[in-house]
Design a protein around this ligand. Structure first.
Ligand SMILES: [Zn+2]
Length: 168
């Protein structure tokens, strides 16, 4: 690998760091993910370990171990960071473009979601690119499962509220 593209040494950096904006403990993110999703990288960026703040309501997305290096906020990224967005479209799966609304609509219609299964098929076939597409750099299936759970619960609650029970 040529020196210009080397990813820095993450072995010495702490696994978890507090976000300098809201203090939430954040995990390491690969430099490849940061470089892929930040719209415009500053010149002369120092090689440091970056961390991903996934707290809703905090505008910081990637912050560096080395405080001299730049911190990147939501507006610096080429994608909307789903966990930090409150209005549609809220991306959940960045590789295949599924949003929270896709999951909500499917559950409203059928009571369940097949999106996780459809993504799993693609992941198994090696078609995903989470490392360079998902701001977390990780597979989205965990977040998909969480959103499905939330939507199923919200869907059941709304049915009870309008008094339809569980009838189709
Ligand atoms: Zn934060």
């Amino acid at each position: 690998m040529s020196d210009c593209c080397s990813l820095g040494d993450s072995s010495k950096a702490p696994a978890v760091m507090a976000c300098p904006v809201n203090g939430v403990r954040s995990k390491q993110v690969d430099m490849l993910t940061v470089k892929s999703l930040v719209r415009q990288l500053p010149l002369g960026m120092s090689k440091t370990q970056y961390y991903f703040c996934e707290a809703p309501g905090c505008d910081a997305v990637y912050f560096p171990l080395d405080a001299q290096a730049p911190l990147f906020r939501c507006g610096d990224l080429t994608v909307r960071v789903g966990v930090k967005e409150t209005a549609d479209p809220i991306p959940v799966c960045y590789c295949f473009g599924f949003t929270r609304k896709n999951i909500q609509d499917e559950i409203a219609k059928t009571g369940r979601s097949t999106i996780g299964e459809r993504i799993t098929v693609e992941v198994k076939a090696g078609n995903c690119g989470c490392e360079v597409k998902n701001p977390s750099g990780k597979c989205c299936l965990g977040s998909v499962a969480q959103v499905v759970k939330d939507c199923v619960r919200a869907n059941q609650r709304s049915k009870i509220e309008v008094g339809q029970g569980d009838r189709p």
